[in-house]
Ligand binder design. Sequence first.
Ligand code: PMP
Length: 387
Amino acid sequence: MSSLMNNYGRFPVAFVRGQGSKLWDEAGREYLDFTSGIAVTNLGHAHPKVTAAIQAQAETLLHTSNLYRIPLQEQVATKLAELSGLSKAFFCNSGAEANEAAIKLARKHSQAKHGAHKHEILTLHDSFHGRTLATVTATCKPKFQEGFAPLMPGFRYVEKELAAIEQAIGDATCAVLVEPIQGEGGVHPLGAEFLQGLRKLCDQNGLLLIFDEVQTGIGRTGHMFAFEAAGVLPDIVTLAKGLGNGVPVGAMLAKEEVASAFGPGTHGSTFGGNPLAMAAALAVLTAIEEEGLVQRARAIGEEFEQKLAQLVDKFSCLTGVRGQGLLRGLALNRPAAPLVTKCLERGLLVLTAGENTLRLLPPLNLSAEELDLGMGLLEQALSDLAD
Ligand code: PMP
């Protein structure tokens, strides 16, 4: 009997080695990874530049404390500011922690902006923002919340419609928190028009606009940040997953006037922004730039979409393709979990998103041959399912 808690539904496979888009299990069997560890390894497994940066840093200094200057943090913050247009960064260790920081900053900022403490944050149906008590409350999906009452006060759930959001704004509302493309909820892009409308609505009502780009950020959508495609600059962005390519890193970016609500001692994290994590993040951002991986994700993402659309034409259980770049959802007219199992049997790693959607997130540097290989395995798995 395992001494591990039973809080994950795990597949009976253990991976012991990874290289690029490939993984190998204990028996030496090869798999193609179209999950990138759920958008974590955007650069593929064991990327040489990230490995070298981690090795060098591990030999030099792992961590001291955020009570001292950490030059690598300053470098990563500068790079993220140049890339995002949001000039201030706070570092933590996960997506949930980045969202926690955003929730706290939005509340703290309300006092400075409105001269009154406003605490309520609007989130959308089918959203996912994390598993800590505040972020699971922000997450509007009952299955993640069952048994954890009392949840946190200060969140209100709204439909994905601008009119519904406008109607939900009250005296205590300080922010709207959304994923530009809902990931766990089923790969549902909110769309440029909606995000632009949301920006306007927030401006008109003095609300902060927070984008959770934990899954969509760092090149995944064929843009460094999904908000670029919509031409909308949020007030706060949260990042994690792909920023460390497997090393735990979270980040909250904010406009200067918003970030100024945090003074010394207001918020912190022991490990957040440690030199090892920052060395990984810096290597990730540098490699993405040097290797043109955002452009690559956009180009191969379009090819991917076309090939997925061909499968939709061929298999009656498939009803459509959603998403952007290399964040794709394949909609089924039935639960997607059996197809995930069939894919695993064929040597292709994929995920579900919501009940009836297959989620596909290959590394940004996926080769054309690997794309063809993956599509072939997916087609075989679909045929297995039909048999
Ligand atoms: N936000 C989004 C959009 C996510 O997809 C996730 C993880 N699936 C999280 C937050 C939580 O991130 P973490 O597991 O690193 O806390």
